[in-house]
Ligand binder design. Structure first.
Ligand code: UT7
Length: 336
């Protein structure tokens, strides 16, 4: 197989040497939602595949979930916090607009040598962050980079809007990226965006375009809004395009991928993407039933579960494929 990442001799191989995740303890079931909005377990399950999601405690912020996921990933990699060079947190629900959640995590971990910043690519954030991180390692700039996707979506969900509140959940997933001579690694990443469709999925107020006022709060403009049907169509198209591009770059057919980890937005999206890619059902990893859509955390949590459950073994080919607000999308092929 070609190895696009290292085909240029000055670039190093980039391996994921540890993974970890953290979800809050509190479970919100479809039955609980039936008591909150006009919905049914049957509707949610048949339209989305989601049965329950995790909801953070009032005093639990995105940085808390991110820090715990990071600790678990570092332990898995056998890396000390002091040895981390860079921390990238992908999130659309930072603890606050600034300082960055990555800086809060840096302090909490005791990662005293690390630089830290957040990136925002909504549900595509984990693959965007992986791509950014991989270049720092490949180019010899840093040896150890911690990538974290973390969200407290429950803090931006409108709990009176049945169109969206049934879909989202909280959590964090993390990965440690390092160079391991002779080890397998990240073969390629593809990213894309289309800001022309920004309004399909947005949180309109609270930024510089529409600062917070009593009116914006009263108009519920600090909650996320989504055109579900259009988002669905765009998600399937973009994920199929990104996955196809990534596989073509590596010269790998879909049948050789051991585990496809799509962004966990909706079981019907996962099924549609798999079908269009010509993948078998048993190639696709899904935990959307238990966590709903955790945005930037979703593929990080899924990757951790797939590895820890033995679903991914050393040498397996893994495909991550994501889509989110922006619009943004991306894919990554990894030889584990
Ligand atoms: O992470 C970023 C990416 N996010 C996504 O990719 C999400 C993409 N979108 C979706 O997953 C789906 O579009 C939804 C799950 C959001 C909706 O499923 P749908 O099959 O597209 O349903 P719909 O929007 O066509 O709505 C069908 C009906 C509507 O009623 P009417 O207008 O036909 O009378 C909705 O009002 O279902 C109604 N509805 C609900 N009914 C019961 C919407 N939400 C609910 C609900 N319970 N929770």
């Amino acid at each position: 197989m070609t190895h696009p990442r290292t085909s240029r001799p000055h670039l190093r191989t980039v391996s994921i040497t540890g993974v970890g995740s953290c979800v809050p303890e509190r479970i919100l079931s479809n039955a609980d939602l039936e008591r909150m909005v006009e919905t049914t377990d049957e509707w949610i399950t048949s339209r989305t595949g989601i049965r329950e999601r995790r909801i953070a405690a009032d005093d639990q912020a995105t940085s808390d979930l991110a820090t715990e996921a990071a600790r678990r990933a570092l332990a898995d990699a056998g890396v000390r916090a002091e040895d981390v060079d860079l921390i990238i947190v992908a999130t659309i629900t930072p603890d606050m607009p600034f300082p960055s959640t990555a800086c809060l995590v840096q302090h909490r971990l005791g990662a005293t040598r690390a630089a830290a910043f957040d990136i925002e690519a909504a549900c595509s954030g984990f693959v965007y962050a992986l791509d950014i991180a991989s270049h720092f390692v490949a180019s010899h700039t840093y040896n150890t980079v911690l990538v974290i996707g973390a969200e407290k979506m429950s803090s931006v969900v409108d709990w009176t809007d049945r169109n969206t509140c049934v879909l989202f959940g909280d959590g964090a997933g993390a990965a440690v990226l390092q160079n391991r001579p002779s080890a397998h690694g990240l073969l390629t990443t593809c990213l894309g965006s289309d800001g022309g469709k920004a309004s399909l999925l947005e949180l309109p107020a609270g930024g510089s375009a529409c600062p917070a006022t009593a009116e914006t709060v009263a108009a519920r403009r600090h909650f996320l809004r989504m055109d579900g049907k259009e988002t669905f169509k765009n998600a399937v198209n973009a994920m199929v395009t990104a996955a196809t591009q990534a596989l073509e770059r590596c010269g790998i057919g879909i049948e050789r991928i051991r585990c496809i980890i799509p962004h966990q937005a909706n079981q019907r999206i996962l099924a549609a993407v798999a079908e269009r890619l010509g993948a078998r059902e048993d190639q696709v990893f899904s935990n959307v039933e238990r966590y709903g859509n955790t945005s930037a955390a979703s593929v990080g949590i899924a990757l951790d579960e797939a590895v820890k459950s033995g679903r991914i073994q050393r040498g397996d080919l893994v495909l991550l494929v994501v889509f989110g607000a922006g619009l943004t999308w991306g894919a990554a092929v990894i030889e584990w």
